[in-house]
Design a protein around this ligand. Structure first.
Ligand code: SF4
Length: 286
């Protein structure tokens, strides 16, 4: 995949509300691409990583009339060994285990578990926080308008949730069941459910993970970033983290971007950073 955008990708970015730079002109004398697009991506990434930026909560909006805890729920700080039964599961066994799981109280209010979707052998893994109302109803992550925005963002870098191979992506959440009224995940719920995601990563072996939203980032980085629960998402962006040896790039949750469209350009910079990490990884292994 390349950062050179075709007309379809440019149209998608414009639909997202992301300002698209001018087509990279070829130098009349050398035939080389203008460095301007790469410079703009780097500038956007640097701007995203700048300290002292005001940070706005990226939580999905709570339903009207509902009271939702707004503070970050601390997550466990040490990784427990993967339970032996989960460590031995293949995709089918893992899916069945999640479908019948009653390890935390969220099983009581869920309509469906939301295991994940996409190509299980894809090089990209997108990790969100937890199912919302629509996801709970449909049993699939990132549906509705936030899902459409995510799909458009992924398409802009050549990825499709129904694609395979180079175009494939797998999409999952940290929690497989919906917290009632979109409340924040609780530490015990994250602790109980995280082994499923860890096994998904083991089975998929992605080359890049895109963590969307504060709780996804906290869950993935709890053992590699000290005191991660106290670090605003904005300060986790613009750098490459690690989860089980897989590079992790942090970005905003699409639901937040729907409410804060001015940050879509930062999300695009995050995607470009992830794409750059992928390409550098490919070049290193070639
Ligand atoms: S959220 Fe996870 S741990 Fe809790 S019941 Fe659902 S699948 Fe099990």
């Amino acid at each position: 995949m390349s950062l050179e955008l075709d007309e379809r990708q440019r149209a998608m970015l414009q639909e997202m509300g992301v300002r698209v730079w001018s087509p990279a002109p070829l130098s009349a004398r050398t035939g080389e691409l203008s460095p301007e697009p790469a410079r703009q991506v780097k500038a956007a990434a640097a701007e995203a990583a700048a300290p002292g930026k005001p940070v706005v909560s990226e939580r999905p909006a709570a339903p009207v009339g509902k009271t939702v805890q707004q503070t970050a729920a601390p997550v466990p700080t040490t990784a427990q060994p993967l339970p032996a039964d989960i460590a031995a599961m293949d995709w089918d066994a893992l899916r069945q285990a999640v479908a019948s799981c009653q390890a935390c109280g969220l099983c009581e209010s869920r309509k469906n578990t939301v295991f994940g979707t996409g190509d299980t052998q894809a090089r990209w893994l997108v990790v969100g926080e937890a199912p919302g109302e629509n996801e709970d109803l449909q049993g699939e992550p990132f549906v509705g308008t936030a899902g459409q925005l995510l799909d458009n963002m992924l398409k802009a870098v050549g990825l499709r949730r129904d694609g395979t191979g180079e175009q494939g992506v797998y999409i999952a959440n940290v929690l497989k069941c919906r917290p009632p009224a979109n409340r924040n995940p609780q530490p015990d719920e994250v602790a109980q459910c995280e082994p499923y995601l860890r096994r998904q990563v083991e089975l998929q072996q992605p080359q890049i993970i895109l963590a969307l939203g504060r709780f996804a980032a906290q869950s993935l980085l709890q053992t590699t970033v000290p005191d991660v629960a106290r670090i605003p998402l904005g300060k986790l962006r613009g750098q490459v983290h690690s989860y089980q040896g897989v590079p992790v790039v942090v970005s905003y949750h699409p639901a937040y971007l729907l409410r804060t469209p001015q940050d879509k350009a930062k999300a695009w910079a995050d995607l470009c950073l992830a794409l750059d990490v992928m390409q550098r990884g490919e070049a290193a292994s070639a």
